[in-house]
Design a protein around this ligand. Structure first.
Ligand SMILES: [Zn+2]
Length: 299
């Protein structure tokens, strides 16, 4: 069916591929190892082999890193070395014969949340993807805002403390260095008497729900830092809604409550008072959003 689209969320280790309907329901899904060292052409062949048997009218790719959405080329990427400069748009549309869009993975996820969870009702939305890294995306006046060079919305790298912990980007004190998976692991080792093994955000969330005080402190720290970072963005953009997406957002109230406390304590009250803050975690937003973006001519 030509009204279906394929969404491909390319991670550093695994890639998720889904067949998505216009409402954002995932009808089929597959996961393959990304195998970055074998190069982008090899990756395209394997992904194309999976979707060839499906019926669809467009393909959307979400890639972690800087993407030129016009040409569908990767500009820079931390965890897919050797893939920079490759035109995914050209290679994929040639092998599949359908229109292909390429965007940053956080932009794709936020677009998915905007269309499906918020039903495009608010006009201005700030979205954050919480995972190994902390990504962000902005919808301004109903459209994805990419900025002059495609890097708009890097909320994870707002500096909260000049001398704070080291971030994966090489700078210190970024929001991601307090809220990324690796930061949650570091905080759990510092604050919990017996950190869970394996040390995952889910295990730390389970421990907090079971009453572990150290684990509760971890989530208070993560949520407070996230709230502080978001507060700055909210003062700049005055959005209608804020979306928390990604695996770590499954902590739900544990992370939402401290964010709300930070918002409630803001001296400029108006931008925070009627703000719709939510963590819709029911879907794979990276896959859904990439597929839905491919349906929009210009996002
Ligand atoms: Zn950073």
């Amino acid at each position: 069916m030509k009204n279906l689209s394929v969404g491909i969320d390319v991670g550093g280790t695994f890639t998720k591929i889904g067949l998505v309907d216009p409402k954002g329901e995932v009808l089929r899904s597959e996961q393959i190892p990304t195998e970055p060292s074998k190069g982008p052409a090899h990756f395209i062949r394997r992904a194309a082999a999976i979707v060839k048997a499906w019926n669809f009218g467009s393909v959307g790719l979400g890639l972690a890193g800087g993407v030129d959405a016009k040409t569908g080329t990767l500009l820079f990427v931390p965890n897919l070395k050797g893939w920079t400069g490759f035109s995914f748009k050209k290679a994929f549309s040639k092998s599949l014969g359908v229109p292909v869009t390429v965007d940053n993975d956080a932009n794709a996820a936020v677009w998915g949340g905007y269309v499906v969870a918020l039903k495009r009702k608010p006009r201005t939305v700030v979205g954050v993807t919480l995972g190994t890294g902390v990504g962000g995306g902005l919808v301004i006046d109903g459209r994805l805002h990419r900025g002059a060079t495609g890097s708009a919305g890097e909320i994870g790298h707002l500096t909260l403390e000049l001398d704070g912990p080291l971030c994966h980007c090489g700078r210190r004190g970024c929001l991601e260095a307090y809220a990324g998976t690796y930061a949650i692991q570091r905080l759990a080792k510092e604050l919990m008497r017996r950190p869970p093994s394996p040390l995952t955000p889910k295990a730390v969330a389970d421990a907090a729900r079971d009453g572990d005080r150290g684990a509760r402190k971890v989530w208070d720290t993560v949520g407070t830092r996230l709230g502080q970072g978001l507060a700055g963005v909210i003062l700049v953009l005055n959005p209608d809604a804020v979306l928390l997406l990604g695996g770590v957002a499954r902590a739900g109230k544990l992370v939402l409550d401290p964010v709300r406390r930070v918002f409630a304590a803001q001296p400029f009250r108006e931008p925070f008072e009627n703000l719709d803050l939510s963590a819709p975690v029911a879907r794979d937003w990276g896959v859904v959003g990439a597929a839905l973006l491919s349906r929009e001519r210009r996002g």
